[in-house]
Design a protein around this ligand. Structure first.
Ligand code: CA
Length: 388
C-alpha cells in the first residue's frame, strides 16, 4: 500500500464582523486542510491549526515544499515512522510553530486513511475509547469595538445557555480591573453548576495575573487559561503555587519534548494539547503517556474547522480520566462558537450538542467526516509550487 498524492488547501475568508481578543483583531478565518490519497482509492483528511492571526500559507508551504516529497510512495501504516522522518528532516528550522502544525495535519490525514482502510474509527487505533460523548463548553466572548461591557458578555452567556451549554469560556485580557468586573458580572447571572473559565491568551505579567486571580476568587473559575506568556515556564510554576484554582495552558506547547519539560516541572493543573498543532494523533498519544506517567490532567484545545473538530473528538475519546485517580473529572470539548463562515459547512455530517450539553463522538471509520469539495473550492485554493 502506498501514498500516491498529498494536496494542501489554504482556506481563507474575510470576516464582515471582525472580532478581537487580547492579542488583537481577527480579520480572516483561515484553515489549512490536507488530503492524502492512497493507491487503493482511499483518501483521508487532516487539518493544521491556524491561529486567529496566523497566515494559513506558512503551514501549507511546509507541507507542499518540504513534507510532500518525503512521503509520496511510503506505506501509510508507517505513520509513526513517517512522523519521525519528517520531524528529523525539519529539525533545524522546525521543532515548533507552523512547521509542527503542518506535521500535525499530515498525521491526522494519515490516521483518517488508516481508519477508513480497516473500517474503524480512529479512537480504535489509539487504544480504544473511554467515552462515546463529551461535555462541551462554549468558547466565545470575543470583542467588537462598539461592544458595551459587561452587558455584551451577559447577553452572549444567555445565548450559550439557551443552546444547551453547561460551560463557557470568556476571552479575558482586557485589563486587570475590567477583567475582574466582567468575570464577576457573568458569574452572577449563571445558573448554579455552570462551569466558567477564562482565557487570557498570554497577555499578563506575573503580578497582573495574581491580581486577576485575587479579584475573581468568588467567581470560582474552573480554570485560568494562558495567564502568562508560554516562554515563562518558571512563572507558571509560581502562579500555580500561588492559587488553589486550576491553571491551564498548552495550545502553544508543541511536541512531547516540550510537554515533558512542563509536566516534569509541575507548571500547570490542566494541559491543553491541540492535536492539529502539537503533532497529530501520533504525538498526542505520546503526550497522553507523559501525562499519565506524571499524573497530569489533559483537556485538549480545539479551534479550527469541522475537520479539526472531528479529529479532536476522536482524540478526546482516547484521553484517559485523570491518571492515578478514580474519582477525577472527565475531559471536556472546547467548542468554538465565534464567527466562522465555513467551519460547519465543510463536512456533510453535523456536530452538535445534545440536550445535556454533550457532543457525541462519531463511530464511523477514520475521523468520521465527508468533506464537501464544493465548499473547499469555494473558500480554498490549492497551494502549488509556481515556477517563474
Ligand atoms: Ca486559548
Amino acid at each position: 500500500m502506498k501514498i500516491t498524492d498529498v494536496n494542501v488547501y489554504v482556506m481563507n475568508t474575510k470576516l464582515n464582523d471582525i472580532f478581537s481578543f487580547s492579542q488583537g483583531p481577527v480579520y480572516n478565518r483561515c484553515s489549512v486542510l490536507v488530503r492524502i490519497d492512497i493507491d487503493n482509492g482511499v483518501y483521508g483528511w487532516g487539518e493544521c491549526m491556524c491561529h486567529g492571526q496566523q497566515a494559513a500559507e506558512i503551514s501549507a508551504a511546509a507541507i507542499e515544499f518540504m513534507y510532500k516529497p518525503l512521503i509520496i510512495g511510503k506505506n501509510p501504516f508507517d505513520v509513526g515512522v513517517i512522523w519521525e522522518r519528517l520531524y528529523n528532516r525539519t529539525r533545524p528550522f522546525g521543532q515548533a510553530g507552523s512547521v509542527i502544525n503542518a506535521l500535525s495535519g499530515i498525521d491526522i490525514a494519515l490516521y483518517d486513511c488508516l481508519g477508513k482502510i480497516v473500517g474503524q474509527p480512529v479512537y480504535n487505533l489509539l487504544g480504544g475509547r473511554y467515552r462515546d460523548k463529551v461535555k462541551a463548553y462554549a468558547t466565545g466572548f470575543y470583542w467588537a469595538d462598539d461592544d458595551v461591557f459587561p452587558d455584551c458578555w451577559i447577553e452572549e452567556a444567555k445565548r450559550h445557555l439557551a443552546k444547551g451549554f453547561r460551560g463557557m469560556k470568556l476571552k479575558t485580557g482586557r485589563g486587570v480591573e475590567e477583567d475582574i468586573r466582567n468575570v464577576n458580572a457573568v458569574r452572577s447571572i449563571l445558573p448554579e453548576g455552570t462551569l466558567l473559565m477564562a482565557d487570557f491568551n498570554s497577555c499578563y505579567s506575573y503580578g497582573e495575573a495574581k491580581r486577576v486571580i485575587d479579584g475573581t476568587r468568588d467567581a470560582r473559575l474552573y480554570f485560568y487559561e494562558e495567564l502568562l506568556s508560554p516562554e515563562d515556564l518558571d512563572g507558571y510554576c509560581r502562579i500555580r503555587n500561588y492559587t488553589s484554582s486550576n491553571i491551564a495552558g498548552g495550545e502553544e506547547i508543541l511536541t512531547k519534548h516540550i510537554y515533558l519539560n512542563w509536566m516534569k516541572a509541575g507548571a500547570l493543573d490542566i494541559y491543553q494539547p491541540d492535536i492539529c498543532s502539537a503533532g497529530g494523533f501520533t504525538e498526542g498519544k505520546k503526550i497522553l503517556s507523559i501525562a499519565e506517567a506524571t499524573n497530569n490532567r489533559v483537556i485538549p484545545h480545539v479551534w479550527g474547522s469541522a475537520v479539526g473538530l472531528a479529529a479532536s473528538l476522536q482524540f478526546i475519546a482516547a484521553v484517559p480520566r485523570s491518571p492515578l485517580a478514580t474519582r477525577n473529572e472527565e475531559p471536556m470539548l472546547e467548542f468554538d462558537q465565534s464567527t466562522h463562515p465555513f467551519r460547519a459547512l465543510l463536512i456533510k455530517e453535523e456536530i452538535g450538542l445534545d440536550d445535556e450539553g454533550y457532543v457525541h463522538i462519531s463511530d464511523r471509520p477514520g475521523i468520521g467526516v465527508t468533506v464537501d469539495m464544493d465548499v473547499v473550492r469555494e473558500f480554498g485554493k490549492k497551494l502549488t509550487y509556481m515556477s517563474v
